[in-house]
Structures are given as structure tokens and as C-alpha cells.
Design a protein around this ligand. Structure first.
Ligand code: NAP
Length: 594
């Protein structure tokens, strides 16, 4: 196929760039205990003082982020009101509570990402909402449903333990609370637990160092809109070119005396084209439009047949055509289909590289900002102000040719053998995946016979539908992709999981169930089904530049998407529906109240 691109040369270039990064040690450290600021909540003025609480509820949610809110709303709709949400944060919002760094914004269209828009009556002001707007919507959900009375904030769960004698979850907290709940919904989030790069000397830096999810606004001045007045005399280093780093960079360019971006891998950043909401259009949407739009977005970006592209944005334009072939693969002609897909990817990425030349005025800097890997090796990024940052005279790109920062000293950073003196280092190095595995579990969930969920899942999630686990009765996860269907629109998944949990709990309460638990056998069957449907992405992952999608390049272990349901999210939702509509009794052991 002729494309004007030298595909063989590109293939070689991608592999060379990958190899540079694979040859460098890429490990991370746990922030707890390493960085004193990490355990501090920068967003609360005062710690709430209160007496310990002892109570009985029907459902307890482990968190108060968007997954917990959609779960609570689904329970509300099912008539279940005796609920509790517990969160270490000071308010609703989860990641949108914590991440208030300058430029924070959701890169998925607000009309499909924000949950419960029709119910609450929120009209997002723009096609892509700011983090602040999402946080405020979370608060609005809290007010709309009167959930503030149901939440315990500034409270850390220390343990959730199944009590066999009473068929209750006993949930303890660092405030001395004991809450006995018939059901537990795991809403602890999925990309919330930060990781720091294990750069030699990182703990020795004497200036200011923080992760964006604990942004120090007292130091930088300004807020999530920028205007970082505190940085006007400061030299600031930013590490990280992921979704977070590229949103912060333009604000450092505007406010800091000197801003350095330490780049290990260039980001592939296409235009976002954000725009204000047409409120007339929004108000004239017909009932049910929201669910329809979420479903259509998923269909289009995964290349499924769809009559219309409702979202019609950078995601659907890039991914739709890319995956079209994957959906219609003719087994006789699989090779041709995958070659066509690869060619489209080369073309898309070339478009993104050409854009760098158009935006960045210094040709040498532009060259270093070009990404040489397939689009889906990393989460695709969209921004209209990131590349522009490098045209500011106070900004310098420190490209490390794949090696990353070598060392951090008391006064700065070393890269390419050069020492850079700085006052502040912002470490936008990402998050651990998951919430119930050893690296990310912030409290033990202890099921039957003392079994700890993080230990059961130490080598990967093993479950029914990613949501239920044998040995853990009356417990369901909401908001995961591991052993579940996957979508780039996380809230679409969380909403479906929440409906599932509410339907199951409602049935259990109505029928007087004391406990419902999936069998080991059902887990084995789901695992077999996962394997049967698995799409072999090993070759793709191996060819990719390292990142969190491919275990930082270690493909000896299953990579992220290999742990997701290969039949796609729509098919997965159908499985959940069929399960709750009848067939689940074959997969579960149910006991009834005496
Ligand atoms: P990330 O995508 O994992 O990026 C981490 C960055 O840190 C990478 O660029 C990595 O370099 C860099 N890094 C790590 N160690 C380094 C070292 N020693 N030297 C130099 N660079 C180093 O993390 P993130 O940007 O926080 O995003 C994580 C996820 O959060 C996103 O993918 C997205 O799902 C979510 N998020 C979403 C939004 C949104 O708009 N919806 C906004 C923010 C975050 P390499 O590239 O070389 O690995």
C-alpha cells in the first residue's frame, strides 16, 4: 500500500527508540514514608474532630470518588438508603479531589465522562471539563442525593473484615469507627496511588519536591487555572510527559522564571480543539441521550459499526479508523488487516509529528519532541497549549534520549551529565494500576477464613467478571478494567458496574439473603472465558516503548490489556446483564437469613 511513508524505516526507528528505553532501569518507589508531604492533605483547612462511630448499614463503599457516587446513586434508585461512604479525602471527587494541579482537565468529552448529568442537571461548560468542574459536579451529586450525610471524610479505612457469625463486613477506621455492613462495594479507585521514580538521591533534594496529586499551591501560588505567582522567581523542573505532565507544562511556561522539562520519552500530543458547550443543543437532548452517547463513543473508538459519530472528536477521529479493521478481521486475511492497521497508525503518528514542526519554532527542539511509537503504546494525548510552551524563552527541554534523570542532588538534577540547579521539582511520574493488589491496597480486605484480597490477587486479579471473588461474600468491585471489559471512558464502565451491584444487592435484600458468594469453579470458568476471548497483544506490547500499558516493557508478565475482557465492553455488559437476569445462581453459593 502506498502512503508516502517509508514504513520499513519507521519500523526500525520505533524499535531503536524502544530499545534505548528498555536498556535503562525503570523502577518506582512507594511514596508512603518517603515524602512527608505525601501523607498531608493540602486541601483541608482543619482536621474534623468527631467521636468514633459504631453503626449498622446495608451497604458500605470504600471511597467517595465518582465510582462510589455512581454506586450510591444506583442504590438510591433501587430504594436502598442505609449506606455509608468512607474516604480519606475531605470531600467527594476521588482523583478529582486530589488532582488540582494547574491545567487539570479531563481528556474524555465531558458529555460522556461526567456521570449522572441528566439526574443532577449539570451542564458542563466546555466539551472537555476542567478538573475543578468535575470536582464541583461530584459535590453537586453529593448534594442532589443528600449523600453528604452518608459520607465519612478525612477517615482512613484500616480494615474490612468479613464476620462469618453475623454475615456482615466489619469495617474499622483510623477514627476508631466500627461499621457493620451487609454489603461492601469496593470503590477505591484504579489510578489513584502515585508512584515516584527511583532516581538516586530523590530523597536528598533540599528544595520543594512534590507529585501533582499533592500540588503545593501555598508554594506555587495560583490554583488549578494557573497564575502561579509564587514561581515568578523560581527555577522549576518537571519530570514526566504523560497526561499530567503535558497539562502542567504550559502553566510553568507562563509563570516560572525558568522551567525545565526533563523528558525520557516524548509525548504524542494531537490538537484537542476544546470549545464551549452549546447550551441550546445540550438542553434539547432527549431523555436517555447520555447513555446512548457513552455507548456510541465506545462503539466508534473501537471501530464497531455505528451509523453516527456523536462525540466526533480527536479520539473518535484517530481511533475509529485505526480499529475498524480489527473489528472486521477476516481470519483468512488477518495479516493484511493488521498491516493495514499498522499503516494507519504510522500515518496518524506522522500527522502528530508533523504538527510538532508546525507549532515549535526551534527545529532542534521540535525534533526532540517527536514521538516514535504506535499511538496506543501510551494513552493518546490531546492539548492545544503543550507544544506551544517550548516557544517561550524561559522554557528549556532537557531531552535525555530515553535515559531519564540520572540523579537528584541537594540542589538540582543531573541529566546527560549536566547539573541543573532548581528550586522546585514536580514529579509527574504517574500512578500504580489497581486498588486491591499488594502494591496499591491501602487497607486489607479480609474475607472468609482470614484470606486477604491483596494476597489472593498478588499474581493478578482472579475473579468472576473482575467484580466478584470467591472467599469474599457480599463484596463487589465497582470501577475496574482487570478481568473486566475495558473502555477509555472509565465512567461508562463504573456506571455499569454500579447498576450491577445495586441490582444484585437489591435482590439479595428483597429475598432475605444473608450471603452471596461466587464459587471457585465460576472463577475458573471466567478465567477460561477470558483466555478464550483473549486478543493476543503480546507482539504489539513488545514492540512498544515502555510505559504502564506494557509493564514498563516487561512483557514476560501479562500486560495491562491482556488482563481485560477481549470481547469488548459492550459484550461484557451483556454478560453482566444475563448473569443478573437469571443465570448467576449456578455460579454462586447463597445462604438465607434465619
Ligand atoms: P504516566 O502517563 O504514567 O506518565 C509518567 C511520566 O513520568 C512518563 O512520561 C515517564 O516517562 C515519566 N518518568 C518516570 N520516571 C522518569 C524518570 N526517571 N526520568 C524522566 N521521566 C520519568 O502518568 P500521568 O501523566 O500521571 O498519567 C497517568 C494516567 O492518569 C493517564 O494515562 C490517564 O489515564 C490518567 N490521567 C488522565 C487525565 C485526563 O485528562 N483524563 C489527566 C491526567 C492523568 P516515560 O514516558 O519514559 O515512561
Amino acid at each position: 500500500m502506498s502512503s508516502g511513508l517509508n514504513t520499513e524505516q519507521l519500523r526500525q526507528k520505533y524499535l531503536e527508540e524502544r530499545d534505548k528505553r528498555l536498556s535503562v532501569k525503570r523502577d518506582y518507589i512507594d511514596p508512603v514514608g518517603s515524602f512527608p508531604d505525601f501523607d498531608r492533605d493540602p486541601w483541608i483547612a482543619d482536621k474534623i474532630e468527631r467521636e468514633p462511630l459504631t453503626e449498622d448499614v446495608d451497604v458500605l463503599m470504600t471511597g467517595a470518588g465518582l465510582s462510589a457516587l455512581v454506586s450510591a446513586a444506583a442504590l438510591h434508585d433501587a430504594g436502598i438508603a442505609n449506606i455509608r461512604m468512607i474516604d480519606v479525602a475531605g470531600d467527594f471527587g476521588g482523583v478529582w479531589y486530589w488532582n488540582r494541579y494547574p491545567g487539570v482537565r479531563c481528556d474524555i468529552e465531558s458529555y460522556v465522562y461526567l456521570p449522572l448529568l441528566e439526574e443532577v442537571g449539570t451542564i458542563p461548560t466546555e466539551k472537555y471539563s476542567t478538573g475543578k468542574e468535575i470536582f464541583e459536579h461530584a459535590q453537586a451529586i453529593g448534594r442532589h442525593y443528600n449523600f453528604y450525610d452518608k459520607a465519612l471524610f478525612q477517615t482512613k479505612i484500616t480494615e474490612a473484615r468479613w464476620d462469618e457469625a453475623t454475615s456482615r463486613w466489619h469495617v474499622s477506621t483510623d477514627r476508631g469507627d466500627l461499621i457493620r455492613s451487609r454489603f461492601l462495594i469496593g470503590t477505591s479507585g484504579y489510578l489513584h496511588y502515585p508512584k515516584f521514580p527511583n532516581i538516586p538521591g530523590i530523597r536528598d533534594f533540599k528544595g520543594k519536591l512534590f507529585h501533582p496529586c499533592r500540588w503545593d499551591a501555598k508554594y506555587t501560588g495560583g490554583d488549578s487555572n494557573g497564575n502561579l505567582s509564587g514561581l515568578k522567581d523560581q527555577r522549576v523542573a518537571l519530570i514526566g510527559t504523560g497526561a499530567t505532565g503535558i497539562q502542567i507544562m504550559p502553566h510553568l511556561a507562563k509563570s516560572a522564571k525558568q522551567a525545565y522539562l526533563f523528558q525520557r520519552t516524548p509525548a504524542a500530543v494531537d490538537a484537542r480543539n476544546n470549545r464551549p458547550t452549546d447550551t441550546h443543543w445540550f438542553k434539547n437532548q432527549k431523555q436517555g441521550w447520555h447513555a446512548e452517547r457513552m455507548d456510541n463513543f465506545h462503539a466508534v473508538i473501537t471501530g464497531m459499526p455505528a451509523d453516527v459519530d456523536l462525540v466526533d472528536d480527536c479520539w473518535t477521529h484517530a481511533a475509529g479508523p485505526l480499529f475498524k479493521n480489527a473489528q472486521v478481521i477476516d481470519p483468512e486475511n488477518e495479516l493484511a488487516a493488521s498491516e493495514a492497521m499498522q499503516l494507519r497508525d504510522y500515518q496518524t503518528m506522522q500527522g502528530i509529528r508533523d504538527r510538532v514542526d508546525r507549532v515549535v519554532t526551534d527545529p532542534a527542539t521540535a525534533e526532540k519532541l517527536k514521538a516514535w511509537y504506535n499511538l496506543y503504546c501510551k494513552r493518546p494525548l490531546y492539548a492545544d497549549d503543550y507544544l506551544e510552551s517550548f516557544n517561550s524563552p524561559n522554557v528549556r527541554l532537557i531531552d535525555t534520549d530515553g535515559r531519564g534523570v540520572e540523579r537528584i542532588t541537594e540542589t538540582g538534577l543531573v541529566a546527560n551529565g549536566e547539573h541543573f540547579e532548581v528550586d522546585c521539582i514536580i514529579v509527574a511520574s504517574g500512578f500504580q494500576i489497581g486498588a486491591y493488589e499488594p502494591a496499591t491496597a491501602t487497607f486489607p480486605i479480609i474475607g472468609r477464613d482470614g484470606q486477604v484480597l491483596a494476597e489472593k490477587w498478588a499474581n493478578g486479579v482472579y475473579s468472576v467478571h473482575g467484580l466478584w471473588a470467591s472467599g469474599f461474600p457480599n463484596f463487589q468491585v465497582v470501577g475496574t478494567i482487570l478481568q473486566a471489559g475495558v473502555s477509555f471512558n472509565y465512567m461508562w464502565l463504573a456506571k455499569e458496574h454500579a447498576l450491577h451491584a445495586a441490582a444484585m444487592i437489591s435482590r439479595a435484600l428483597t429475598e432475605g439473603m444473608a450471603s452471596i458468594e461466587v464459587t471457585k469453579d465460576a472463577e475458573d470458568r471466567w478465567n477460561d472465558e477470558m483466555n478464550r476471548k483473549a486478543q493476543d497483544g503480546t507482539k504489539f506490547a513488545e514492540d512498544c516503548t515502555p510505559g504502564y500499558f506494557n509493564n514498563e516493557g516487561d512483557t514476560s508478565k501479562p500486560v495491562l490489556f491482556a488482563n481485560t475482557y477481549g470481547g469488548g465492553a459492550r459484550e461484557y455488559f451483556g454478560i453482566l446483564q444475563a448473569w443478573r437476569d437469571g443465570g448467576f445462581t449456578a455460579d454462586t453459593v447463597i445462604t438465607y437469613q434465619k
